[in-house]
Design a protein. Sequence first.
Length: 199
Amino acid sequence: MLRSGAEPNEVTFIALLSACSHAGLVKEGRRWFDMMRGVYGFEPEITHYGCMVDLLARAGFVEEAEEMIHRIPVEPDAVVWRSLLSACLVHQHSRIAEMAAKKIIELEPYDDGVHVLLWNMYCSDNRWNDALKVRKAMKDRKVRKKPGCSWIEINGIVHEFLADDKLHSICTEIYLVLEGLAELMKLIENSSDQVQCLT
């Protein structure tokens, strides 16, 4: 692009930083971020900072990503905090993950996913009192976890299934088939155990 004489704009830098993030090119991403202001005179916006937070956090530089969030000249949005939170879970930074989750809840108090994620994190760390506080906050705010959902297409008709769905038009038949499959799986599991014992 530069060789052809085309000049980058703010959107170009979003694409560059995002590409660097997904490719794990931390050094290149830092260079482009610095060039954005220093060479091309563009002031980074929240989206550019979000890309950099994502780039650093994905690459395992979670503390540096957190520091960058605190240097953003405007209030970070939930998207920026989610980037940090996702990487914290991958790289097991529970202190920063907890802080990021709480920030998301402040910004989006009815987001069931973050509440559930925080609850699961507390349970994994055996922090039962904190887990109960999250459940209580969900109840107080009337935040309900959305049920899991699956779709299947049969003969051109799409069927939707929700977890614990008892209202589907052929619910009884579905549960009979599932029970039969569960029994069959038990038989297969038991027979494979016996075969392994004999060998």
